[in-house]
Design a protein around this ligand. Structure first.
Ligand code: ATP
Ligand code: MG
Length: 208
């Protein structure tokens, strides 16, 4: 990679509330101050089509989206993002910071919702067209920390089910992260600035 972050794809992953958006922003600010051309993207989203898909996935429209349909919607957003933004911008030497990427689907739709992991990975591979992150930063928080950052109230029946879901998602992430060369695991319960400092130092030692 040489002595520059130019042309790198850096991905933040983690449970909901783990700080992926916070840390994507802090890293983008740091790199912009260093003079890099930086593109911040998010999944689902990052393109006009992706944002329309994001509204379908995350909006409060009352549709019963089945797990496999959910996976396909993520892949639509991902396929468009890779071809419309990621490939052309990496070629220009832009540093791309993505708030979530393909292993979110392995963790959530695979481990969380129960779609076979090899099927999720096969669809990811089609959407990604060979694109691979240069670094994937996993912000690890436990379920207690996640609960603290969401409601603070005692969990009801639905939230308890959600707890089982998030437990599977976290374990899926950890399994995936352990099998990846370019993964960086950071304790997401640390203060925001300390996490950002560690992210930058790990990226410097792994990418430069
Ligand atoms: N290291 C931290 N320590 C304490 N609170 C944090 C930390 N990082 C983020 N938060 C807070 O936790 C909440 C969620 O942070 P953020 O939106 O960055 O997470 P996220 O992973 O993007 O969540 P989502 O999945 O909802 O998009 C925010 O209120 C944020 O201020
Ligand atoms: Mg976020």
């Amino acid at each position: 990679m040489g002595n520059s972050f130019a042309g790198s794809l850096i991905v933040f992953e983690g449970l909901d509330g783990s700080g992926t958006t916070t840390q994507s922003g802090l890293l983008a600010n740091y790199l912009k101050e260093k003079g890099y051309s930086v593109l911040e993207i998010e999944e689902p989203g990052g393109t006009t089509l992706g944002r329309a898909v994001r509204d379908l996935l995350l909006g409060d429209h009352g549709m019963d989206i089945k797990p496999l349909s959910e996976l396909f919607l993520y892949e639509v957003s991902r396929a468009q993002l890779v071809r419309e933004k990621i490939i052309p911008e990496l070629e220009k030497g832009t540093v791309i910071i993505s708030d979530r990427f393909a292993i979110s689907s392995v963790a959530y739709q695979g481990h969380g919702r129960g779609i076979p992991i090899d099927e999720v990975k096969a669809l990811n591979a089609v959407a990604l067209d060979g694109v691979e992150p240069d670094a994937t930063i996993f912000l690890d928080i436990d379920l207690e920390e996640r609960d603290k950052r969401s409601s603070g109230e005692k969990p009801d029946r639905i939230e308890k089910e959600a707890r089982e879901f998030y437990k599977r998602v976290r374990e899926g992430y950890l399994e995936e992260i352990r099998s990846m060369d370019e993964a960086i695991l950071i304790n997401g319960s640390l203060p925001k600035k300390e996490i950002s400092r560690r992210v930058i130092s790990r990226l410097q030692s792994e990418l430069l």
